[in-house]
Design a protein around this ligand. Structure first.
Ligand code: SF4
Ligand code: SF4
Length: 182
């Protein structure tokens, strides 16, 4: 017996990036090692020097690959950036208060893997899964969506982090339910 994907019960957060509602958190939160993906070295929580000084736009946005920033083209926060900015920090930004850089960066680093896992689980839920497996999928989704979160701590709870840690093994076990291509 299989169940339909419509049975997802928790309300999923937006799982694609809305950079206009974000404070360019990915351009701040991560370190760059000079490589084929990033042309410069940048420390964790240092704003990228290519970030506009007057807004949260990238000054080389149209030339990222040519300028050696293919890693920025490939990056996706799966919607975690605007959620951190708008929901956890109420639209405040690290430019309003530089002390927020480390808090917002930390929050992005916590929420991004959760959002990526939710994206994968959403796709998994659309497979023709047996009811028991679908239920497990729904449970993982629910555990990754704490009710009414107000701070990053809600996402650092053991229940959330333990669900996150179990997603890879759950996904590996779905191979038998993926329809053959073609
Ligand atoms: S963290 Fe996400 S939403 Fe924010 S600027 Fe980066 S890609 Fe866009
Ligand atoms: S190059 Fe542009 S997109 Fe990449 S981190 Fe720097 S400001 Fe952000």
């Amino acid at each position: 017996m299989t169940s339909s994907p419509q049975s997802i019960t928790p309300t999923l957060p937006q799982l694609d990036a809305d950079c206009d509602r974000c404070a360019a958190l990915c351009c701040v939160a991560y370190p760059f090692d000079a490589s084929e993906d990033f042309a410069i070295i940048k420390e964790t929580e240092d704003p990228c020097p290519n970030l506009s000084g007057s807004c949260f736009g990238c000054t080389i946005h149209d030339h990222l690959s040519n300028r050696g920033f293919g890693g920025c083209v490939a990056y996706s926060c799966a919607g975690a950036g605007q959620r951190v900015t708008q929901d956890l920090f109420h639209g405040e930004t690290w430019r309003d208060d530089p002390d927020l850089i480390s808090h917002m960066s930390h929050a992005l680093r916590v929420l991004r893997p959760i959002h990526e896992a939710l994206l994968i689980l959403k796709e998994a839920a659309a497979l023709p899964l047996p009811t028991e497996v679908q239920n497990r999928c729904q449970l993982l989704i629910a555990e990754l969506c704490p009710a009414a979160p107000t701070s990053v701590w809600d996402f650092e709870e053991d229940s959330v982090q333990s669900a996150l840690a179990s997603v890879p093994e759950f996904i590996e076990g779905l191979i038998a339910f993926v329809p053959p291509r073609g």
